[in-house]
Write a protein that binds this ligand. Structure first.
Ligand code: UN1
Length: 500
């Protein structure tokens, strides 16, 4: 069987593990297993299913530090962020454990006597899912925790950047008591590999619901296949998230928020800031505060607590970042930080912690003089790279914020209630923050985007239940005769001749 390696992006010599690449036969087998386990799992009472998720949450808590260290070692986010990633999964478990005792339907009055109407949430079936490497614990938990509580069985193709983390995610579910066949993992690569085979299983009729977190391009392909098969996938795609600083903002607060939004996880979150939009009255003052903070950032070994950001997720992510710098920066642009590109011992960041030559690190890059017609304005870059744009007023800020075609996350810094009101009403992103960063969604608010950021599906909180259940309507007639809806009703006619 073909294999792939997982390497530590902070130390490329550190090989974390070697994993099998599942071919079409293995992927099909996993789907068949999920299909047959569904027959039993859907009949397991929801509070019992949720009991296993309760155990999973406890196991995640017990193993939080060990798992966080594996996350950092595999994909390079600073350890404190990795702990947040695992915590988000624990929070998701805590939320959905009690949902297993709700999953409410309704009892509804009928228009006829001796008849009862009900609605039930029914599981969808086999849920197949492909996730990214930037949130290797939280994002799978957003999908699988509610999917399992709702009674679905799963086939997961985790990112090839984080196979060891994914292996332990699956092990913890097993140790939590999940029966054999309910949760199946297939390791491998994406295009022309395991990911593509899993998508093919939709055409084969082995999958009832698809979930995908990743690029807009792949999301569109999955959307096409699912659409042809009359399925509605859950798609969480890219973003070019705007952060606006108005003239009345607390500039210190805004600079701290923008720093985190732009450079947290080395800009490799789907919620990372893409366009920093500054009111012209404060642009100079803001940039002075902001660029000082940028110059003081500690970049380097992600196991060190004080690091702002670590390496890129992998060599491939660094290569894409370097390509973006070469392809998207135009002569009229101004780079507010120098140098750009890869950090090495020759071309070193002043506050680097560790040895840059061991891993794949990138300088922060801030591009100014960006116009809405520039390619970089509306291209997701997924790295420590963002644009600075200037606006005259809130209308202009909104045009720039909404004009990229994406609509995932967004943020505004202001203390003017009228601005906040207008912003909330007119921003087209699925998520927005007021006086906080574009990143950092809490685990029980709906998460998802519009436009090129997704198909309107939402994860997290009670909203995700509509992804993992189908509504069933039940009419129960106890009258002993055929009562016809709309026809055998006892509606009373009004006396329309009456006048006051
Ligand atoms: C992602 O990047 O795919 O809101 C998810 C945030 C995190 C989740 C990001 N809680 O930034």
């Amino acid at each position: 069987m073909e294999k792939f390696e997982s390497r530590n992006p902070a130390d490329l010599k550190d090989i974390i593990g070697t994993f099998d690449i599942a071919g079409p036969a293995e992927v099909e087998e996993a789907c068949q297993k999920a299909k047959s386990a569904f027959k039993i799992w859907k009949k397991t009472p929801a509070p019992l299913r949720a009991g296993i998720i309760h155990n999973f949450g406890k196991l995640l808590e017990k193993n939080k530090e060990a798992l966080s260290k594996i996350v950092t070692r595999e994909m390079g986010k600073p350890l404190r962020e990795a702990r947040g990633d695992v915590q988000e999964a624990i929070d998701t478990c805590n939320f959905f454990v009690s949902e297993g005792r709700r999953l409410y339907g309704m009892t509804i009055p009928s228009e006829m006597p001796n008849k009862e109407l009900y609605t039930y949430r029914r599981p969808v079936g086999v849920f197949a899912c492909i996730t990214a490497g930037n949130f290797p614990v939280a994002v799978p938990a957003w999908y699988f925790v509610p999917a399992l509580v709702c009674g679905n069985t799963c086939v997961w193709k985790p990112s090839h950047d984080t196979p060891l983390t994914s292996h332990y995610f699956a092990e913890l579910l097993k140790k939590a008591g999940l029966p054999e066949g309910v949760f199946n993992v297939v390791f491998g690569l994406g295009a022309n590999s395991t990911g593509a085979h899993l998508i093919n299983m939709v055409e084969k009729g082995l999958i009832d619901k698809f979930g995908f977190t990743g690029s807009t391009e792949v999301g569109q392909k999955i959307g096409e296949v699912c659409g042809r098969n009359l399925q509605n996938p859950c798609l969480e795609l890219g973003g070019k998230n705007p952060l606006v600083v108005m003239e009345d903002a607390d500039l210190e607060l805004a600079a701290t928020g923008a720093l985190w939004a732009g450079f947290g996880t080395a800009g490799q979150r789907c919620t990372s800031m893409g366009n920093l939009i500054l009111h012209k009255q404060i642009q100079e003052k803001f940039l002075k505060i902001f660029l000082k903070k940028v110059s003081e950032m500690k970049i380097g070994d992600p196991m060190q607590e004080e690091i702002t950001y670590g390496p890129m997720i992998s060599e491939v992510f660094l290569k894409t970042h370097l390509k973006n710098l070469a392809a998207l920066i135009e002569p009229h642009h101004e780079l507010l930080t120098e140098p750009n590109g890869q950090i090495t011992s020759q071309k070193k960041w002043k506050h680097f912690v560790g040895d840059p030559d061991k891993g794949v690190y990138a300088f922060p890059s801030i591009v100014a003089n960006v116009k809405p017609t520039d390619k970089i304005y509306a291209t997701e870059t997924f790295g420590p790279l963002f644009n600075v744009m200037i606006c005259k007023n809130l209308d202009e800020a909104l045009d720039l914020a909404n004009g990229t075609g994406y609509g995932l996350s967004s943020a505004i810094y202001t203390n003017t209630p009228q601005y906040i009101y207008q912003w909330k009403e007119e921003i087209t992103a699925g998520m927005t923050s007021i006086n906080n960063s574009t990143t950092g969604a809490e685990a029980h608010l709906p998460f998802g985007g519009n436009g090129k950021s997704g198909n309107g599906s939402r994860q997290s909180g009670v909203w995700v239940l509509d992804q993992f259940t189908k509504w069933q309507s039940v009419n129960w007639d106890l009258s002993g005769k055929l009562q016809l809806a709309q026809i055998d009703t006892g509606y009373v006619e009004p006396d329309l001749e009456y006048r006051i």
